[in-house]
Design a protein around this ligand. Structure first.
Ligand code: ZN
Length: 297
């Protein structure tokens, strides 16, 4: 079973009008590949036709600046927020798509929105990007939210690592902060996105220390030396079996992520590097994140 734990909302519900198609170049800097930011639900479903399950999410805006969005969703009804959209995309393929919420810990309405997401929309997890959302991951408001999530057995996926967004504080996306969260909330299931690139050693240090902390392999392969190093590091420290499969769609697709994971063997051979065992790679691709995270569908 292939579970893609890291996918973003399509920007549009229906076909993207020609005049609204957008690309950007900073996300995959160094790779020479632009990222197409605009996509429809149909394009989402096409991209995931070889995947069994996906987790999908938006990122809740800052309550003090609701117009500043990361990966915006202009092609949806204006009355829908990121949680409504996640739920609506999932309704197109309910057997495949598992919708996650995103909240902002400083949102004055967080109690109601949390209740609505869990009990109304039946969202199964949460995505937080403390850097994008500009909240400290150890702030009291954030800790209160984690406490609810632990109580209700709702997994968190944290954006971790670098980002090209200028006004997103890098420190808030550093895995060192997750160590304390996992100590205070040992039963909370946490995924550190992107192996926290380029802080893979810090990410690995937190993952190996906490039973319920995992990492996702999304957005790695287009920097092949960093990709190989991250996976080799997790392998050497005996925690490669805590890496979950993810694409970070629309940044990359699951098909190319899978292909590049399989290609690590030839990369190692080509550059005379230690081999990352094939079983470990197969393990990442086929890891059942649904049962690992204890998600009840
Ligand atoms: Zn992402």
């Amino acid at each position: 079973m292939i579970v893609d734990v890291h996918t973003h909302l399509p920007s549009h519900e229906f076909k993207v009008p020609e005049s609204e198609i957008r690309y950007e170049n900073a996300m995959k800097s160094g790779s020479g590949q632009p990222t197409k930011l605009t996509n429809s639900v149909e394009e989402y479903l096409e991209a995931f036709k070889n995947v069994d399950k996906t987790f999908i999410f938006g990122i809740a805006p800052k309550p003090w600046n609701k117009n500043e969005e990361i990966l915006s969703s202009p092609g949806w009804g204006k009355d829908l927020n990121q949680n409504d959209i996640a739920s609506k995309v999932a309704s197109y393929a309910p057997e495949k798509i598992i919708p996650f919420m995103s909240l902002h810990p400083m949102d004055p309405d967080i109690e109601n929105e949390y209740y609505r997401c869990v009990n109304g929309l039946k969202l199964k997890g949460i995505k937080l990007g403390p850097n994008y959302q500009d909240f400290h991951p150890l702030s009291i408001e954030a800790m209160k939210l984690y406490s609810k999530l632990e109580r209700d057995n709702i997994p968190i996926i944290f954006h971790q690592g670098t980002s090209p967004v200028t006004n997103a504080p890098l420190d808030y996306a550093h895995p060192k902060h997750i160590d304390k969260i996992a100590m205070v909330f040992p039963n909370l299931k946490i995924i550190l996105a992107h192996l926290a690139h380029p802080w893979q050693p810090d990410c690995m240090s937190v993952v190996r220390k906490h039973k319920n902390v995992f990492a996702d392999v999304s957005a790695q392969f287009y920097r092949p030396w960093s990709f190989w190093n991250g996976l080799n590091l997790f392998n050497e420290w005996g925690v490669i079996d805590k890496i979950l499969f993810g694409s970070d769609w629309p940044i990359t697709t699951p098909d190319e992520t899978k292909e590049k994971l399989m290609g690590l063997l030839s990369y190692s051979k080509k550059y005379n590097l230690p081999l990352i065992p094939e079983e470990a790679i197969e393990g990442i691709i086929n890891r059942d994140a649904i049962s690992i995270l204890d998600i009840i569908i």
